[in-house]
Design a protein around this ligand. Structure first.
Ligand code: GH3
Ligand code: MG
Ligand code: MG
Length: 543
């Protein structure tokens, strides 16, 4: 605004100066004009003087006419002069006098067609000359003064123009500097805005990723809660790990029951080059008990659980719950992009592993408790309590379906003698081997239980008496052919006696069935052992 005001004021000043300059030049020209007119007047006077003298000497009418015409032109010239000098009072008075002289002169020359004898042109013209010289002198003074003024005006104008130009240039430069500064500031602001926008976009992207991850983790938590076995939880862990970071290859490696080895439980790909069974200290992650990256250039030491050449970049996250290490989640990064993705999802991966650890530990504990409550610790067969529940259920089902149901009651013959001869531990070993033969010789749907001591019950649903006796015979034979070795020593032949009871012939309730089978077993013992007896009949002898 100040700059605009300055430019306006300067422009006004320059305009004023120019006006002055023009005016002073006009005045100078005006003086010049006056001087020229005076010069002309003087020349005309000379001509009048000359013509008059010639006429007076020779009376030539042409000379008179020349004098007369010059007087007329002189009159006209003086009128013009009076017009020119009317701005100057003194000069106007002198011009007026000249006009009066010319009027007298005109009268003397024009009134007669001859000049009076007394007419002295020199005298007449002298009056003019004096006045003209005064006027010329005055006008020359004026001309010199006006020339000075004009020169000064020119200088002033030039100076004002130069100053105006310099100041204007300075202002333009200052304005340009301001403009440049503004442009730079705007560019900086724009850069900052675009940077802020980029940061905002990346924050939004991170938040979106977090939201996606938390949804995924939520569904992982729900699914882990639905798992009924550790195997399901293993699969869910690998599946959700792959969903979190699809570009990686994953394996869940769990410490086995002996706690001596780590075994592969689930993998995302079949061609992972990982040893199925390796000692705990082969994995750096398990050894340190912490998440461990193997990255070329950063952490060079490789784990020892690979088949062949280990990959370049991988991650081992140990699974631990309630102070117990369960295994390790192995994540292989086949590319740098996959490594970057794993890094950006590391928190969620750790959360997933923590969740999986808790879930697997819970499921392991549940399975152990369940096992302990329904299994016999020595033989791993179902216990008597479970047998009673199962038999009751099977009897009801058989009644409902009008189907047959067989139970075998088995007792190891002269077992006490084994204990007495080889020791209690050898007796335990025999019981475990006998149980294994039972497992091998029955169907998956059959239920094998340790009834107590060296007595066992096998429930065979939907089995006829002939089939049951045949199955019992097979078992008996297999047991008698079994060779038990204990601490390098071959033990005596083991035999079993088996009582068979069939629903509904032998009884219609659990107690009746067991009683019938027990009676048949008692009969088998009584008859000489190592035999099968069907409740109510003797069906087999020593094999
Ligand atoms: P029988 O042919 O008449 O059945 O004779 P037996 O010796 O097998 O029968 P008895 O009932 O006299 O002896 C059973 C023995 O089984 C007694 C007990 O010490 C032994 N026993 C019971 N439970 C276990 C066990 O868990 N381990 C071992 N080693 N022995 C057991
Ligand atoms: Mg017994
Ligand atoms: Mg016995």
């Amino acid at each position: 605004m100040g700059a605009i005001l300055f430019i306006c004021a300067s422009a006004f000043l320059v305009y004023n100066n120019t006006q002055h300059l023009v005016a002073s030049r006009d005045w100078r020209d005006h003086s010049q004009d006056v001087l020229n007119t005076l010069q002309l007047t003087s020349q005309r006077l000379d001509r009048i003087d000359l013509s008059s003298r010639l006429y007076l000497m020779g009376k030539d009418q042409n000379d008179l006419a020349s004098a007369q015409s010059n007087v007329i032109m002189l009159d006209t010239g003086l009128t013009h002069l009076a017009e020119l000098v009317k701005d100057n009072e003194m000069q106007a008075v002198r011009a007026g006098e000249l006009e009066r002289y010319v009027s007298d002169l005109k009268q003397q020359i024009n009134d007669n067609n001859a000049l009076p004898q007394a007419f002295d042109p020199h005298q007449e013209i002298l009056k003019f000359r004096e006045n003209i010289m005064k006027m010329q002198e005055t006008e020359r003074t004026l001309l010199s003064k006006r020339t000075d003024e004009s020169r000064q005006s020119t200088y002033r104008s030039l100076l004002a123009g130069t100053v105006f130009l310099v100041i204007s240039l300075a202002i333009v430069m200052i304005l340009f500097a301001f403009l440049l500064r503004d442009v730079r500031r705007r560019q900086k602001t724009e850069r900052q805005i675009s940077l802020t926008n980029a940061q905002l976009e990346s924050t939004v992207a991170v938040m979106k990723q977090r939201a996606g991850e938390s949804t995924l983790l939520m569904s992982a938590r729900e699914e882990m809660q639905l798992c009924t076995s550790a195997e399901q939880a293993h699969e869910a862990t690998v599946r959700y790990c792959q969903q979190l970071v699809p570009s990686v290859r994953t394996a869940l490696l769990m410490i086995n029951n002996s706690r001596q080895m780590v075994e592969i439980t689930t993998t995302s790909e079949n061609d992972l080059k990982i040893l199925d069974g390796f000692p705990l200290d082969a994995c750096c992650g398990l050894r340190s008990g912490r998440l461990r990256w193997r990255k070329s250039g950063h952490s060079e030491v490789h784990c020892g659980h690979f088949l062949g050449v280990p990959p370049e970049n991988y991650l081992c996250i140990p699974l631990a719950a309630h102070g117990d290490t369960l295994g390790v989640l192995y994540i292989e990064c086949p590319s740098l992009l996959a490594t970057a993705e794993v890094k950006s999802h590391l928190d969620s991966l750790e959360e997933l592993v923590e969740m999986a650890s808790m879930s697997i530990a819970g499921l392991n504990l549940r399975s152990r408790l369940e096992h302990q409550s329904i299994r016999d610790g020595l033989t791993n067969l179902f216990n008597r309590h479970f047998m009673e529940i199962s038999l009751d259920r099977e009897v009801r089902r058989a009644a409902r379906n009008q189907a047959e149901l067989a139970i075998l009651m088995l007792d190891v013959d002269h077992f006490k003698k084994f204990n007495d001869s080889y020791g209690h531990e050898a007796g335990d070993c025999i019981l475990r081997d006998v149980a294994e033969i039972f497992r091998q010789e029955v169907r998956a749907e059959d239920i094998i239980c340790r009834y107590g001591g060296e007595e066992f019950v096998i429930i065979l649903p939907e089995t006829s008496d002939a089939e049951a006796v045949e199955r019992a015979e097979t078992i008996r034979k297999c047991v008698s052919q079994m060779r038990v070795r204990f601490r390098g020593e071959a033990l005596r032949e083991v035999t079993v006696s088996i009582g068979v009871a069939i629903y509904p012939q032998a009884g219609s309730t659990l107690e009746e069935m067991l009683r019938a089978a027990d009676r048949a077993l008692y009969t088998a013992k009584h008859e000489g052992r190592n035999r099968v007896i069907l409740a109510g009949t003797m069906v087999a002898a020593i094999g």
